[in-house]
Design a protein. Structure first.
Length: 162
């Protein structure tokens, strides 16, 4: 089947097998390996991407289902102005260890902050509950998301230019 998907702001189109999973399309066809492939059962959340701004587990979405839609991967978070506040927050607050869950966590956090710019801890924990981390215990991840909530993109870009 022929699909056309806007991935990280760029148009990507081509022929795909109807059964090809979005995670494999992103990693193998487009070379966007920041989307990790973990459990293949939608339990871990390592493959989380944004589909039209909504977090989805790309191991359970067919590439053809993304036809005509916008997909954001972790590679699409940073802009020419610098890192997304979520990325900066993960650095500032040590919100990662092995890094395997990090891309999915960051995209889930970005979607949360887009709909709720100032979430409390309980809201953050609920939002990331579908993303498993076996290293950190979530404390630093929650702090990283709170850091991002307190530092809008314009503020982060300004700090980076100083």
């Amino acid at each position: 089947m022929r699909i056309s998907v806007r991935v990280n702001g760029d148009e990507a189109s081509g022929d795909v097998e109807p059964r090809l999973l979005l995670v494999h399309y992103l990693r193998q066809t487009l070379g966007l390996t920041g989307t990790h492939w973990g459990c293949d059962t939608s339990n871990c959340g390592a493959c989380t991407v944004l589909l039209d701004g909504v977090p989805v587990k790309s191991c359970t979405v067919l590439a053809v289902m993304a036809d005509g839609h916008a997909v954001t991967t972790v590679e699409g978070l940073a802009t020419s102005d610098g890192l997304d506040p979520v990325q900066e927050g993960f650095m500032q607050e040590h919100g990662l260890q092995c890094g395997f869950c990090t891309p999915g966590m960051m995209l889930t956090a970005r979607a949360l902050l887009d709909r709720d710019p100032d979430p409390d801890e309980a809201t953050i924990r609920e939002a990331i509950s579908g993303n498993l981390c076996r290293c950190t215990g979530y404390e630093n991840i929650v702090r990283a998301i709170r850091w991002a909530a307190g530092h809008p993109a314009a503020e982060v870009a300004k700090e980076a230019s100083l």
